[in-house]
Write a protein that binds this ligand. Structure first.
Ligand code: NAD
Length: 495
């Protein structure tokens, strides 16, 4: 079904718009999800003409590789003709008046029935100002059409600032109109978690505290901070990866089964899940959370974080976080969830490991101390996509010996290439009004509250950085976190 709407993109000259939004919109157009009844107004400070804007949009499509293989095809140009540029300073009220005029004209011209999507591809400090002016200057339509606001991360830097930000937009938009992007929720392997859990009797029946020993989530990057030092110095791994992406994955893995798979039931269960994560005291933070910052590699060919361009010589920003969370959701009550993310780690990999309990008596051995190998289900999220199930089977001919085997399913390169980019799926969902893959305020708020306790504890002490070698899997303390519980990280590329 095609959707008609006017998109107003604030930050239309920015990196996000160029690399993600224009190619995503083009894909929706190419697939017929957007037909001729849509228009885009791009606004930013630069004084661009419509013609120049069209060239930029076409080059964004080409750079994204969406234009390849096509000959004599005027589709990108036809698409770009739906784009209008308006120079705009977010603080200037007059510009919203001009924007409204243009929006109303385009609504009429393309028969958009008052459907509007406001995409704030700008720094969050502008969100409140923009939302306020959109309402005051009547850019929100009041007929049958929809008004939706899409906003990007970071959504605050702690609970108080996130609340302030939320309050500043909620005067103009209701919660059901606000689509908070966490692009991890746009990734197919993350979306598959619910299907794997609730669509298979095998896993559904085992997904409880009787059978799951622990859950591990790793978001490992092999690169360092690269060109993002400016932003990273104000954020760090906790704000950049844990509060949002990791906490969303935690909710999807620990939530109770919804009665119906629809956005409202799912959201209710996800909110419950994050609210049921144990809130730590300061002492518990010291026991259960580890932070790190990378130093040089063992051959001294890679710079330590503090020596990277744009970072402070004494930076106390963490490039690594590991932690142990405890869920009190009924089915998994008490099950530990070990989380880990960091830069300059041994290998790039995002994966989830579900480690099953291993209490059964080993009837295949005369030695009562010889344990069976543990069953582990691994969900590969990035760069591989798929699953591995580790289980024991009879091997060899001499006696009855069990050895672990790996049942693997990986998406092929061709299958991966057919998966739409996260932004394409998320914009399509926002057009359809489907909030399944967007973060609700209550989830964001609770995740901040959990993280703030850790942050405040850390901020009161000076860390001993750098404390891990580039190319390792982080500080020793991150391994100790599991060893003391008699466990180890399943994903260990150094082994
Ligand atoms: P950017 O700096 O490339 O673009 C910012 C845009 O805002 C530009 O178009 C600029 O002209 C406009 N702008 C700035 N001040 C303005 C003002 N006073 N009035 C009018 N326009 C103004 O930033 P970006 O990388 O595109 O990121 C935009 C937002 O998206 C940020 O919040 C960022 O954290 C978030 N984000 C970006 C990415 C990404 O891949 N780039 C990924 C996730 C989240």
């Amino acid at each position: 079904m095609n959707q008609k709407a006017l998109f107003i993109i604030f930050g239309g000259t920015g990196d996000l718009a160029y690399r993600k939004l224009y190619p995503a919109l083009f894909n929706l157009y190419e697939k017929g999800y957007l037909k001729e009844d849509f228009a885009v107004i791009g606004t930013a400070r630069r004084p661009w003409s419509n013609d120049h804007y069209h060239e930029v949009v076409m080059s964004a499509i080409e750079d994204a590789g969406r234009d390849s293989g096509r000959t004599n095809d005027d589709l990108p140009r036809k698409f770009a003709n739906h784009f209008y540029y308006q120079s705009h300073n977010v603080d200037d009220v007059d510009h919203y008046v001009a924007l409204r005029k243009l929006a109303d004209e385009l609504d009429e011209k393309y028969q958009l029935e008052g459907n509007r999507i406001f995409y704030l591809a700008m720094a969050p400090r502008f969100f409140g100002t923009i939302a306020g002016h959109l309402k005051d200057q009547q850019l929100l339509t009041d007929g049958d059409g929809f008004n939706r606001l899409i906003i990007e991360k970071p959504f605050g830097r702690d609970y108080p600032s996130a609340k302030e930000l939320n309050d500043s937009i909620s005067g103009s938009f209701k919660e059901e109109q606000i689509f908070r992007i966490d692009h991890y929720l746009g990734k197919e392997p993350i979306q598959s978690i619910a299907g794997l859990r609730f669509g298979n009797a095998l896993f559904n029946s085992l997904w409880n505290k009787e059978h799951i020993d622990n859950i591990q989530i790793t978001l490992a990057e092999s690169l360092g901070v690269e060109e993002r030092a400016g932003y990273y110095e104000t954020a760090g791994a906790m704000r950049d990866m844990v509060q949002n992406h990791i906490m969303q994955i935690v909710s999807l893995l620990t939530m109770e089964r919804p009665d119906v798979f629809d956005p409202s039931h799912l959201r209710e269960k996800k909110i419950e899940a994050v609210e049921n994560i144990q809130m730590y005291s300061k002492e518990e933070v010291d026991q259960n959370f580890v932070r790190g910052q990378y130093g040089e590699d063992e051959f001294k060919t890679q710079l330590a974080y503090r020596d990277e361009e744009g970072t402070d010589d004494n930076s106390q920003i963490e490039t690594f976080v590991a932690g142990k969370l405890i869920t009190h959701n009924p089915s998994l009550d008490g099950v530990p969830i070990y989380i880990r993310t960091g830069k300059r780690l041994t290998k790039k990999s995002t994966q989830v490991n579900i480690v099953f309990k291993n209490n059964d008596k080993n009837i295949f051995s005369d030695n009562p101390d010889e344990k069976l190998e543990t069953n582990v289900l691994t969900m590969h999220i990035e760069p591989d996509q798929g699953f591995t199930l580790e289980f024991n089977t009879k091997t060899g001919n001499q006696g009855y010996k069990l050895s672990p085997v790996h049942l693997r399913y990986r998406k092929t390169a061709a299958e991966k290439a057919r998966i739409p980019d996260a932004y394409e799926g998320l914009i399509r969902d926002a057009l359809a009004g489907d909030k399944t893959n967007f973060a609700h305020w209550h989830e964001v708020a609770q995740a901040w509250k959990i993280m703030d306790v850790v942050r405040n504890t850390w901020d009161a002490e000076t860390p001993d950085f750098p404390n891990y070698v580039s190319g390792s899997m982080g500080p020793q303390a991150a391994d100790d976190l599991l060893t003391r519980d008699g466990r180890e990280w399943v994903f260990n590329p150094r082994k």
